[in-house]
Design a protein around this ligand. Structure first.
Ligand code: C5P
Length: 235
């Protein structure tokens, strides 16, 4: 199972992003591009970062009728990204259609992972706004199961949930986990956090790290620290 650190490139534009990536000399970190950067710069930013040799997790969280998602995924697949995602709330039919759209004529495709419930949604919002009355952790695990049954490769979740997801969906089902902080650092606006080493012990396959690297005085050394803490063998 590939384990890696993905840097969340939460920048507003191409110039800032490419300047940030210029700070990495030999290593080519796996990067996450989100809605802000993609909508500002379009597919060209994906091509530029790919051309520099980075792997890309395109975090656009698709959610629409199956046919629309299938066609949109076909476009994203042609950009040669490595991981894309969608909302599991779009149903199993939508997730299956997404996989069809992503699969290239030669049978290859980017990894496809699902967002279960956003961490900004709490039990109260689930019940009052969405009229879902099951406990939120049950909803998350149910959506994870749906994603697996639809043929997806994994889910985005908290590192605190990664062990449970592997218990229910198996070791090969990927857990991609944001909410990572070094033991000696600020939490920012994250509430449920873990260190890279603990995320590994809990079974995270990929950790998504933003500000601990992007806002560090020396991002390349913060990245290397993350890699060494996350990839070290546990004893
Ligand atoms: O700067 P920080 O390490 O908090 O960035 C985490 C990244 O992961 C951001 O891009 C954020 O949008 C994303 N994310 C998250 N929590 C989720 C889903 C995504 O922090 N539940």
């Amino acid at each position: 199972m590939a384990k890696d650190v993905i840097i969340a490139c939460d920048f507003a534009g191409a110039e800032e992003t490419l300047r940030f990536l210029d700070q990495f000399q030999e290593e080519k970190p796996f990067v996450k591009i989100g809605m802000e950067l993609f909508y500002a710069e379009g597919p060209q930013i994906v091509r530029q970062i790919k051309a520099r040799g980075h792997k890309i997790f395109l975090d656009l969280k698709l959610h629409d009728i199956p046919n629309t998602v299938k066609k949109a995924m076909k476009v994203l697949s042609s950009l040669d990204v490595d991981i894309v995602n969608l909302h599991a709330a779009g149903t199993k039919a939508m997730m299956k259609a997404a996989l069809e759209g992503l699969t290239r004529p030669d049978g290859t495709r980017p990894l496809l992972i699902a967002v279960t419930q956003l961490t900004s949604t709490d039990q109260q919002a689930l019940e009052e706004d969405l009229m879902i009355h099951a406990p939120i952790d049950q909803v998350v695990m149910h959506y994870a199961k749906n994603a697996q049954e639809a043929g997806l490769d994994g889910i985005v979740c908290s590192p605190l949930e990664a062990g449970k997801v592997h218990e229910i969906c198996g070791e090969d089902f990927l857990t991609v986990t944001p909410g990572i902080r070094f033991a000696d650092a600020a939490k920012d606006d994250q509430k449920r956090i873990m260190t890279p080493a603990d995320a590994r012990k809990n079974g995270s396959d990929y950790i998504v790290v933003g500000r601990p690297i992007t806002a560090a005085e020396d991002p390349a050394s913060a990245y290397r620290r993350c890699i060494s803490e996350f990839l070290q063998e546990t004893h």
